[in-house]
Design a protein around this ligand. Structure first.
Ligand code: ATP
Ligand code: MG
Length: 432
C-alpha cells in the first residue's frame, strides 16, 4: 500500500512538474511575443509621427509654390520627397523613436514603392533589409496613390528583445532547474532506499535461514546426549559432542561475519602491517582449498609470475581477501571448478588475479557486487548460499591498503578478479 502511494505521489509530482515547466515556457514565449509587438507598435507610432511632420512640411511648401507655378500635386510631392534633407530626417526619426522609448541604433531609407529605388538611404548595403523591414510607413499626400515609403531597420532585432528579457528567462530556467534537480534527487534517494530495504530484507531472510540449520542440529545432538542409552556409550557421546562443537563454531563464524560488516561500515577495523610473501600465502590457501575443489573434480592452478612478491599487509586480512575470491570462484562454478591464481608485479606492487570458468557476471552488475548485501539473484546463483558481504569486505580491505580491485567477466565464460596490492602503502592510508 505504502509502495503504491509513494509511486502515485512520484507520478503526480512528475506530471505537475511537467505542467509547471510547460506553463512557464508558454509564459516566457508569450512575454517575448508581447515585447515584440510592443516594439513594432512603438516604432510604427514614431514613424507615423515622422511622416505627419513631413506632410505638414510639404503642405507649407506646396502652398508657397502653388503661387509660383502650376505643377501638379503629384510632381510637387515627388519633388518634395527628393529634396528632403537627410539630416533633418535623421533628427526627426531619432527624436520620435526616443519619444517612444526605442533607444537603439537604426538604419532608414525612403524608397519608391513601385521601382524599389531609394531616394534616401542611411546605409547602401542594407537595401534589401530595408525594403523587407516590417517597420514601413507610406508617405502619402492627398489625391495621390501611395508611392513613397519610409522604412526603418534594426539589426539583430530578435536578439535585442531577447536581451531585454534575459534576466527573466535566466531566473525562470534557474528556478526550474533547481526544482527538477530537487525532485530528481528526492526520487532517486527514495528508490534507493526502497531497493536497500529489499536487499536488507533478503539478507535477514538468508541469515535466519543460515542460523536455523546449526541451531536445529545442535538441538537434536544435545537431545541425543541427554538420552541415558547414549550416555553410556563413550563413542556416541564423543560423536554428538563433536557435532555440537562444530555447529557452534559455524554459528560463531556467522555471528563474526555479521559483526564484521558493522565494523567495516564504521571503518573500525585494525590493520597490523607486516611483510607477507604473496606467493607463499597463495600456496597455503590453495592447499587448504584443494580438498573442496578436487571433491568436485576441479583443479586449482597457480602461476607465480611476480618478480617481487613480498608486500606490507595485515596477514589476516590479506588471507581473508584471497580466500573470499577463491571461495567465490569455487561457489560460482556450477561444473567442475577450474581456478587459476596468477601474479605479476610492477614497480609499485603486485597484481593478484583469481580467474574461474564459472557462470560469469554481466557488466551491469560490476558496480553493484562490491556493495554490501548485493547478490545477483538470477539463474542458478540463487541456490548458492551467501550473504553478499564477501566482495564488500575485499574491496574495503584492499582500499585500506591503498590498492584496488577490478573485475573482468562475461556471463557464461567465467570471471577474473584482479587485486592490485602496493608494496608499501602511501602515507595517508590506514596503515600509518
Ligand atoms: N567468481 C564469481 N563468478 C560469478 N559471480 C560472482 C563471482 N564472485 C561474486 N559473484 C557475484 O557477486 C555477488 C557478491 O559476491 P560476494 O562474495 O560479495 O557475496 P556472496 O558470495 O553472495 O556471499 P558471501 O558474503 O558469503 O561472500 C555474488 O552473490 C555473486 O552473484
Ligand atoms: Mg562470496
Amino acid at each position: 500500500m505504502q509502495k503504491r502511494i509513494s509511486s502515485f505521489i512520484i507520478i503526480i509530482t512528475a506530471v505537475a512538474l511537467t505542467g509547471i515547466i510547460l506553463t512557464q515556457t508558454f509564459w516566457v514565449a508569450n512575454a517575448l511575443e508581447t515585447k515584440d509587438s510592443q516594439l513594432q507598435e512603438n516604432v510604427g507610432l514614431g514613424m507615423k509621427r515622422v511622416v505627419n511632420q513631413l506632410m505638414s512640411l510639404q503642405n507649407d511648401t506646396a502652398l508657397a509654390s502653388r503661387y509660383l507655378s502650376s505643377r501638379s500635386e503629384s510632381s510637387l510631392h515627388s519633388q518634395f520627397i527628393r529634396s528632403l534633407n537627410p539630416e533633418l530626417i535623421t533628427q526627426l526619426i531619432t527624436a520620435e523613436l526616443q519619444n517612444m522609448e526605442v533607444l537603439r541604433p537604426y538604419d532608414y531609407g525612403i524608397y519608391d514603392g513601385e521601382t524599389h529605388h531609394f531616394i534616401l538611404i542611411s546605409n547602401e548595403a542594407l537595401k534589401e533589409q530595408l525594403v523587407n523591414s516590417r517597420h514601413q510607413e507610406p508617405i502619402s499626400c492627398m489625391f495621390q496613390i501611395e508611392q513613397f515609403y519610409l522604412t526603418v531597420y534594426f539589426s539583430n532585432e530578435r536578439r535585442y528583445i531577447l536581451n531585454q528579457m534575459l534576466l527573466y528567462i535566466f531566473l525562470s530556467a534557474l528556478f526550474m532547474l533547481v526544482v527538477i534537480s530537487g525532485f530528481w534527487y528526492v526520487t532517486r534517494s527514495l528508490l534507493q532506499q526502497k531497493k536497500l530495504a529489499g536487499i536488507r530484507a533478503d539478507y535477514v531472510n538468508n541469515m535466519t535461514h543460515e542460523l536455523k540449520t546449526p541451531i536445529a542440529t545442535i538441538s537434536v545432538a544435545s537431545e541425543m546426549l541427554l538420552k541415558p542409552e547414549v550416555q553410556v556409550r563413550q563413542n556416541k557421546v564423543d560423536h554428538y559432542a563433536k557435532i555440537i562443537y562444530n555447529e557452534n563454531q559455524r554459528l560463531k563464524n556467522q555471528a563474526d561475519q555479521v559483526l564484521q560488516v558493522a565494523l567495516l561500515e564504521r571503518g573500525e577495523y585494525n590493520i597490523n602491517p607486516e611483510a607477507v610473501d604473496v606467493h607463499q600465502l597463495i600456496e597455503q590457501l590453495t592447499e587448504s582449498m584443494l580438498v573442496t575443489v578436487t571433491s568436485r573434480n576441479g583443479i586449482i592452478q597457480t602461476r607465480h609470475n611476480a618478480a617481487e612478491h613480498v608486500v606490507q599487509a595485515d596477514k589476516n586480512h590479506l588471507t581473508n581477501v584471497l580466500s573470499n575470491l577463491m571461495e567465490n570462484a569455487n561457489k560460482y562454478s556450477p561444473e567442475a571448478p577450474h581456478i587459476i591464481i596468477s601474479t605479476h608485479s610492477n614497480r609499485k606492487g603486485v597484481f593478484i588475479s583469481c580467474q574461474d570458468k564459472g557462470i560469469g557476471i554481466a557488466e551491469e552488475y560490476f558496480r553493484h557486487i562490491f556493495k554490501k548485501f548485493h547478490r545477483i539473484s538470477t539463474g542458478n546463483v540463487h541456490d548458492v548460499k551467501g550473504f553478499g558481504i564477501g566482495l564488500f569486505y575485499v574491496k574495503t580491505i584492499v582500499e585500506a591498503h591503498a590498492g584496488n580491485i577490478q573485475v573482468r567477466s562475461k556471463p557464461g565464460e567465467g570471471s577474473n578478479f584482479i587485486v592490485f596490492w602496493p608494496f608499501h602503502a602511501p602515507a595517508h592510508s590506514v596503515l600509518e
